[in-house]
Design a protein around this ligand. Structure first.
Ligand code: HEC
Ligand code: HEC
Length: 241
């Protein structure tokens, strides 16, 4: 299939951890995280150490196999779409990459990719993706349905992520409006997960937020937030220039 040609970078990087969108629906088993980590660590030819001389294109080449393919899905720890990062705040992108590198975010594939990046790589990549999607700022959102409003109020979500969920009060906080619903749900659950070596996000702020919600409630929140107009995009890119 055409798609497989485009995704060869990702397949090389991720080994068996990722599949193309068309194939995912029936796949059940989570891949061995260790295998994914090893495959990525070998392939993600780090610019760490040599960061300064490496052009941004070759750094981005490590990312586009997943983040440059609309609808691309990861399979660990469940099947969900790879997050849209174009148009996201650069400070948040850098903070997320640093969290993967330090292990505060445990996702195995993103961990080994982030660990291969120097601080300068992270700063440059974050700046690149912030500017990659030039989307007009979204207007204030319409009032949510009553049941969703109750959940949003309970978590005071807008007090940090902004009234339209695209204007967070701090650059290190993410825009979440319009993000993929299955990714948002997986991310919210990850803040609830403790004591798993491969799944979880150790962020104190969000851990406190998600504690009060059931999975069903997190799913409803994710679905609503994803339905909003947002500033996040996946900008399609072909493999190498
Ligand atoms: C093999 C596929 C793959 C590759 C290659 C990849 N990513 Fe990711 N990325 C993912 C997945 C899946 C997630 C979600 C992980 C999670 O659930 O925490 C993610 C998450 C992220 C996040 C967090 C987004 C958010 O909203 O919190 C950032 C930032 C990111 N990736 C940047 C990059 C950069 C920069 C590169 C290249 C240096 C890259 N990724 C390469 C699959 C990939
Ligand atoms: C006190 C401020 C604060 C509040 C309140 C808050 N958040 Fe967050 N949120 C954050 C911060 C900071 C992060 C980034 C955490 C990290 O780096 O992993 C975040 C991350 C997220 C993410 C992950 C986004 C991504 O791209 O991976 C989602 C989804 C999210 N918040 C949804 C919510 C929802 C839904 C609520 C209400 C129930 C909420 N937040 C309330 C500050 C807040």
């Amino acid at each position: 299939m055409r798609r497989q040609l485009q995704t060869s970078v990702a397949l090389v990087l991720a080994g068996s951890a990722f599949v193309v969108a068309a194939q995912t629906s029936a796949s059940s088993p989570a891949p061995a995280p260790a295998a994914a980590t090893a495959a990525t660590a070998t392939a993600a030819t780090a610019s760490a150490g040599t960061g300064k001389s490496v052009p941004i294109e070759s750094k981005v080449a490590m990312c586009i196999g997943c983040h440059g393919i609309p609808g691309y899905q990861g399979t660990f720890p469940e099947v969900y779409k790879v997050p849209m990062i174009a148009g996201q705040n650069s400070k948040y992108l850098a903070s997320a990459l640093t969290a993967y590198a330090k292990g505060d975010r445990k996702h195995p594939t993103m961990r080994s990719i982030a660990q291969s990046l120097s601080d300068q790589d992270i700063t440059e990549l974050a700046g690149y993706y912030e500017k990659q999607a030039q989307v007009p700022a979204v207007a204030e959102t319409v009032a949510p349905p009553a049941d969703i409003k109750a959940l949003l109020d309970k978590g005071a979500c807008a007090s940090c992520h902004g009234a339209n969920f695209s204007k967070p009060i701090d650059g290190t906080y993410p825009k979440i409006a319009g993000q993929h619903p299955d990714y948002l749900y997986a991310a919210l659950k990850a803040y609830q997960t403790e004591g798993n070596p491969y799944v979880g996000r150790g962020n104190a702020i969000m851990a406190a937020q998600v504690k009060q919600f059931s999975h069903a409630e997190l799913k409803s929140l994710a679905k609503y937030l994803a339905s909003l107009p947002g500033e996040l995009r996946t900008v399609p890119q072909s493999k190498f220039r």
